[in-house]
Ligand binder design. Sequence first.
Ligand SMILES: Cc1ncc(C[n+]2csc(CCOP(=O)(O)OP(=O)(O)O)c2C)c(N)n1
Ligand SMILES: [Mg+2]
Length: 335
Amino acid sequence: MASANYETLGLSSDQVLSMYESMLLARKIDERMWLLNRAGRIPFVVSCQGQEAAQVGAAMALNTEEDYLLPYYRDVGLVLHFGMTAQELMMQGFARADDPNSGGRQMPGHFGQKKNRIVTGSSPVTTQLPHAAGIALAAKMEKKNFVTLVSFGEGSASQGDFHEAANFAGVHNLPVIFFCENNKYAISVPMEKQSGSEHISERAAGYGMPGVTVDGNNPLAVYEAVKKAADRCRNGEGPTLIETLSYRQTPHSSDDDDSSYRTKEEVEEAKQNDSIHTFSAYLRECGVLTETKEKELQEKIKGIVDDATETAESAPYADPETTLNYVYAPKGGDL
Ligand SMILES: Cc1ncc(C[n+]2csc(CCOP(=O)(O)OP(=O)(O)O)c2C)c(N)n1
Ligand SMILES: [Mg+2]
């Protein structure tokens, strides 16, 4: 699969193995969520399946100790690599009090975790982009070196917020990466009915920034593009628009029936390029992964997902008395 060798990108074998581990963990958490949903144990799933390589490749190219992330609802791979745990993700799936994202108040997929600089988003898509431009403006004004990465789907790039944020970032040369995860569909609307141009990245020129399209099934290609964009941000060279090409392998959400707008054959064909398999094959070719190591990894991840599921399912819901917390300030108290 991968054209560039991981070593030429400055990555070690441990680093590429940890990329694969995060991708696999994201996939296994997602698959478990579907099982739980179909068994009536969690209310809703919105899936990362097919986008793990793009998400983990991007996260790997950032500084997880200081950079800011404004993810969108599919970004399990991004938030995992930024420090959110499988257990915390399951807490949000089960809507429990210990969910760090919203204490079980929001729908799953509304990621936010202050200690990992993951900024919470809203349900209307693309609202996170102007926020990201604002955070990048703060970095510039305060002469701080952090990078802000904001992600969104190709359908979301039709919203006004995309254009406003990109233009503002271009005008002010802000250290922000616009990371578009093009998975070919916006619910039932295919890319060709979404955009007059073949690629979302072509729009970058209109806002005075570079735009690139990369293979979203290849985590190394995504790593390379995001690393370059992050270096540009840190060198004061301004924003970049990156578009990753992958395929949404599941229906839009657990409430969607995709058979009404695409064929099973199309989905099966796209799955031939599933990065979980192609990256695993690449790592075996390089001698980084062996059959024994892969088996160990699968078992380790199964254990993590089992533990996370059990712990979250038996955890308490939020106390009803806390319903109005963070909505109204307590009388005379701190928020
Ligand atoms: C402003 C707004 N319009 C419509 C919706 C309903 N909606 C939720 S997700 C979605 C599709 C977004 O597609 P895309 O940006 O390609 O992301 P994907 O789900 O494919 O990852 C839509 C239309 C919404 N949440 N917000
Ligand atoms: Mg999409």
